[in-house]
Ligand binder design. Structure first.
Ligand code: ZN
Length: 130
């Protein structure tokens, strides 16, 4: 079962907690035990699993990514968004989670984050459940 979810980002750079959205889709699918693969088909966005309890964690992650990969540097890519491409590869374009008893089996403090690095844009997220 493959679904595509649209995510409209609002900031140039942000991490959006999509855990409850994905959990709802898993619940609707009726799959009780299986795997949830999430794939971002973009080169300037990403997806990751990290702490969702304290929103400061995602802000700290964005701060550090911004220091590691400044927006302006001696990049060659003419589109001017090399930093977003590099952050996309650092974070990665897919995550996988276990479905148990019809729900995502995440750690207590974990959440799933869609990561925008060159927004705001309308983004797609592919979800394969089985
Ligand atoms: Zn580019």
């Amino acid at each position: 079962m493959l679904q595509t979810i649209t995510i409209n980002t609002r900031e140039h750079s942000e991490m959006i907690d999509i855990t409850s959205l994905i959990d709802q889709e898993v619940s609707k699918s009726g799959i009780k035990d299986g795997i949830c693969l999430l794939f971002v088909p973009h080169t300037t966005a990403g997806i990751t699993i990290n702490e969702s309890a304290d929103p400061s964690v995602r802000l700290d992650m964005q701060t550090v990514l911004g220091k590691l990969v400044p927006w302006k540097d001696s990049y060659r890519h003419l589109e001017g968004n090399s930093a977003a491409h590099i952050k996309s590869s650092i974070i990665g374009s897919s995550v996988m989670a276990i479905i148990e008893s019809g729900r995502l089996k995440l750690g207590t403090w974990q959440g799933i984050f869609f990561c925008e690095f060159d927004g705001p844009r309308s983004r797609r997220l592919h979800m394969k459940l089985q």
